[in-house]
Design a protein around this ligand. Structure first.
Ligand code: FAD
Length: 290
């Protein structure tokens, strides 16, 4: 099926792009990697009159370290994140996640900002960036605002982004101390989206006990969920195999899971516990070896 007819714009600056979005309101959208928007347009799930392409806007791609943050431009592709030496060294779970998104075409065209703005409940970035406590920078005609990842996604395909706003940067704080992070998913065999994916960032104290952790799960609920019960179960504990297993068993606590074509709620809850146990073990190993 073909998309309905639309006007195409290729602005040269963020200011021009947000001006176009402001002018056309709900009839306009930006396109970044086109990997989610164009399929929706072709299926006529989205019928836009004006498409604002961000690919000619300079300054929206790249990965740098600045002021204690790894700063990723909103238009940076999944592939670019997966091969970044900075990311691999400082935030390896981001590189792991990016390298396992979709297939080569999706990774070469799809962007981190597009994925977050699309807010698919099975996407990888929301879980990884929740575990890493990222902040998103959003530009509009009025200037910039920053939103914590935990406040950004409201539900399936819904975020706090307003029609005339563009996600320009993802800022990931560089963890301090003895930390380790890991991400793992069971990929859907066709799309590679997460059936369930778990991201964990663990901080150990000098004695090797868990000082704090941030654990996030994608694929289970209508949006990414923080696994608070797991975090609480780990707090202050020596992260041995028994403690990790007991904590991971709580992965699905408090998350509203539905039976669907992929599997029953019970299957997905069990899957979350199994993946969480493995992810916690990898995160602890990384923190211990740091
Ligand atoms: C076959 C296939 C497999 C996939 N597998 C996975 C997977 O395993 N894991 C996974 O997480 N994802 C997967 N995806 C989704 C992929 O990651 C997309 O790249 C992503 O969801 C959208 O990014 P995009 O840059 O292509 O955005 P687009 O498709 O261009 O845009 C998507 C939406 O975001 C908005 N938008 C885009 N950029 C911005 C911005 N900078 N600011 C504000 N709004 C913006 C658009 O207006 C649109 O509403 C898959 C997609 C396909 C087609």
């Amino acid at each position: 099926m073909y998309a309905s007819e639309f006007e195409y714009y290729a602005p040269g600056t963020v200011a021009e792009a947000v001006a176009l979005l402001g002018k056309y309101g709900d009839d306009a959208k930006v396109v970044s990697g086109s990997q989610s928007l164009v399929p929706m347009m072709k299926l006529r799930l989205s019928s836009l009159k004006h498409l604002v392409d961000l690919r000619k806007v300079p300054g929206l791609t790249g990965i740098t370290e600045s002021g204690g943050f790894v700063v990723v431009g909103g238009m940076t592709t999944h592939h670019a994140v997966s091969v970044s030496e900075l990311v691999k060294k400082k935030l390896p779970m981001m590189a792991e996640a990016a390298g396992n998104i979709g297939d080569a075409q999706v990774r070469n065209l799809g962007t981190i900002g597009g994925s977050l703005a699309h807010a698919d409940p099975s996407a990888d970035w929301p879980a990884v960036l929740t575990a890493l406590d990222a902040t998103l920078v959003i530009a509009s005609a009025g200037g910039e605002r920053s939103v914590k990842i935990g406040d950004f996604i409201l539900g399936p395909l819904t975020t706090v982004l307003q029609p005339a706003e563009i996600l320009t940067q993802v800022r990931v704080p560089l963890p301090q101390g003895r930390y380790g992070g890991a991400y793992q998913k069971l990929p859907h065999p066709a799309s590679r989206f997460a059936v369930v994916g778990v991201a964990a960032e663990m901080f150990l104290d000098a004695g090797g006990a868990v000082q704090s952790s941030r654990i996030a799960i994608t694929g289970l609920g209508p949006k990414v969920s923080r696994a608070s019960s797991v975090e609480q179960a780990l707090q202050g504990k020596k992260p041995d195999a028994a403690a990790l297993k007991a904590a991971a068993a709580k992965a699905a606590d408090g998350i509203e899971i539905r039976d669907d074509l992929i599997g029953s709620a019970a299957y997905k809850a069990n899957l979350a516990a199994v993946i969480a146990e493995r992810v916690l073990a990898r995160a602890v190993a990384r923190a211990t070896n740091r």
